[in-house]
Design a protein around this ligand. Structure first.
Ligand code: NGS
Length: 351
């Protein structure tokens, strides 16, 4: 009886082992299937909720070629001859170290008050090198409303950043009065017109107040083609979310801005105006360029995300027929205040 029982158990055990081994490939397959499913779900969720998503590879100007791509001011050479001062050197472009710059976040009033004296900034937030003639005359136009803390961080950081690049620049803050939804594009058009009343700038940089350039060799000057400057942004994990992105910080020559008739004035609320601008540029046969992701690194100062405008897509579609009849040639606005502040030119507008 005992022997019978032992025989049975052994046989049973063998059978069990054989059945387990025969099921193994099946179990393994099921496990792999489950893992793939989980991985796919994670990828889809990440893609949907994170705007940085995955890298869109793009062609860019190599660091050693940047110098050949820059557009010098038509005034520079002549000014150098008449003043006897040499043109400023290019050394900043060779500053291609890996070190990244960061802004000071807790800016005090004292920091700001000291800045204009320390950096010799002229009233209206303008500066130019004193011992050489700058190769670039640039208006930095910043659309603005209700971002006081960011503005202070931006100003403290940008003045010394730009001065190291030896640029003849002015920072213009174009503030929209309350009432309507924010119209970033229209404010940029206004900044363009107002800047030209002060100086014949040949190059314009349209810049969000929450963006801080991290590489000193990301030169704030125009290239032969309009340039998307902030293509490597921390909030996008230093990736480009889509190839046509032309927002944040962009540089464009005066002649090119005239050619594309500036921005559309019709985009109220968040989103789309930069995409429309990019289409305008392509429509006129220009193409956007970028510096390398290593050079174009930016950090975005934190703030709550704006609610996207509901009309942005329909506006974008309709925009295609409006390039020549909506832009700087149809710009209407009222200046409510215009003041040369110590660190910037402030223009308050009703649009
Ligand atoms: C696109 C917007 C652009 C915007 C870009 C990045 O979806 O205006 O996201 O925005 N286009 C439309 O909405 C049609 S960001 O995440 O940097 O705030 O610039």
């Amino acid at each position: 009886m005992v022997l019978k029982e032992r025989n049975f158990t052994e046989q049973d055990c063998h059978l069990y082992i054989i059945s387990l081994v025969s099921k193994m490939p099946n179990l393994f397959c099921q496990m792999v299937k489950k893992m793939i499913l989980i991985l796919l779900t994670v990828i889809i969720i990440t893609y949907c909720i994170h705007p940085g998503r995955f890298a869109h590879y793009y062609t860019f100007i190599k660091e050693e070629d940047m110098v050949h791509e820059l557009e010098e001011s038509p005034l520079a050479q002549k000014l150098s001859e008449t003043s006897g001062l040499p043109l400023c050197p290019w050394h900043i472009l060779n500053e291609s170290s890996y070190s990244l710059l960061y802004p000071k976040k807790n800016v005090t009033q004292c920091d700001l008050n000291e800045l204009s004296v320390k950096l010799d900034i002229k009233l209206g937030g303008t500066w130019k090198p004193s011992n050489c003639v700058s190769r670039f005359d640039v208006a930095i136009v910043v659309p603005y409303r209700n971002r006081q803390t960011q503005l202070e961080i931006f100003l403290l950081y940008m003045h010394s950043f730009l001065q190291k690049q030896m640029i003849n620049y002015r920072i213009l803050i174009i503030e929209q009065v309350e009432k309507k939804d924010f119209n970033r594009a229209k404010l940029l058009n206004i900044g363009y017109i107002e800047a030209l009343k002060l100086f014949p700038y040949h190059c314009f940089i349209f810049h969000d107040v929450d963006l801080i350039p991290q590489k000193q060799n990301n030169i704030y000057a125009c290239t032969h083609q309009p340039r998307h400057m902030s293509s490597s942004l921390n909030t996008f994990r230093y990736n480009l979310p889509y190839r046509g992105l032309f927002g944040g910080a962009v540089a464009i020559l005066k002649s090119q801005f005239e050619l594309v008739n500036g921005f559309s004035n019709m985009f109220f609320g968040w989103g789309g105006e930069d995409d429309d601008f990019q289409s305008r540029i392509n429509h006129k046969g220009l193409s956007i360029c970028r510096f390398s992701p290593r050079v174009s690194r930016y950090v975005m100062l934190t703030h709550s995300k704006e609610l996207p405008s509901e009309t942005r897509f329909s506006n974008l579609l309709a925009g295609k027929n409006r390039y020549d009849v909506d832009g700087i040639n149809t710009l209407v606005y009222t200046v409510r205040n215009s003041t040369f502040k110590p660190l910037y030119t402030w223009i308050l507008v009703d649009i």
